[in-house]
Write a protein that binds this ligand. Sequence first.
Ligand code: SF4
Length: 325
Amino acid sequence: MQKVGITTTVPVEIIYAAGMVPVDLNNIFITAENPQALVEEAEMAGYPRNLCAWIKGIYATVQKRDDINTLIAVTQGDCSNTHALMETLELSGVKVIPFAYPYDRDYDLLKLQIEKLMDAFGVNWRQVNEAKERLDAVRQKVWKLDELTWQQDRITGWDNHLYQVSCSDFNGDPEGFAGEVDAYLAQVPEKPKLNAELRLGYIGVPPIVDDLYDYLEERGARVVYNETQRQFTMPFATDDIVEQYRLYSYPYGIFYRLKDIEEQTKLRQLDGIIHYAQSFCYRQIEDLIIRQKLKVPVLTLEGDKPNKLDARTKMRVDSFIEMLR
Ligand code: SF4
């Protein structure tokens, strides 16, 4: 089946309706054997040193794969670095299909964008709605996993992150992925209790380091809310796909995202929030709004390269946990 690369969540229902397979390039990059080597390869090709590592990693990932010749470029609702990424990939012969999330979440504009994407893939509304039903059945299982994370004490922050983040493309095999989630859910009652006294939220783009959740749990704090990853699961009760991608908060402004964050902070009784910001990302600027608006303590962490937490970040996490206690 033909693969279609994506760099952020897009209406994947359309890709599946066309009988193709979406591939979230972020996941391929970060789970590569040596993601840092990919970042360096992009720098060798001419990407600047002071640029978000996700962009460089995705560039080198696509260069290495000869099975990804088509990409969907989100021209609004992502970042300008993604624009330049798409241009450099277009230069290497990759076909780029644009998609834009309207800044003001306008229903009609979003519907038009979805219809243009449907035209590009040659599918109709019936096929897309069938694909939505198919994917919603899988999403519901992941909603359950998320619910058990904050209502019980057995699912780690990493597992919550991993299963939810995988909903951007369903690992290219929705039914296979659903089977994995079922198997995981069946094991939950047997899992040991985490016994972490502090409940944290994680907001911002998914982390480029892979040991944050474990580190927190070793210190008696666990993440029971992963903002962006949860959004990837489209946790909205609607049959209307346009409304679904209108409710999805990640591509829209910070004030809309904050509504979701505030709601979940209350519901999940969070003691504090970690705001993760990627080095050289424009979203770092939004940190000042987040700090002013949220009523719970916020720790802002910055990650640069795909690696482990550095000593300075660990010390900051330790002090934050101590302060919350
Ligand atoms: S982390 Fe920021 S700079 Fe990097 S791709 Fe995402 S939005 Fe763009």
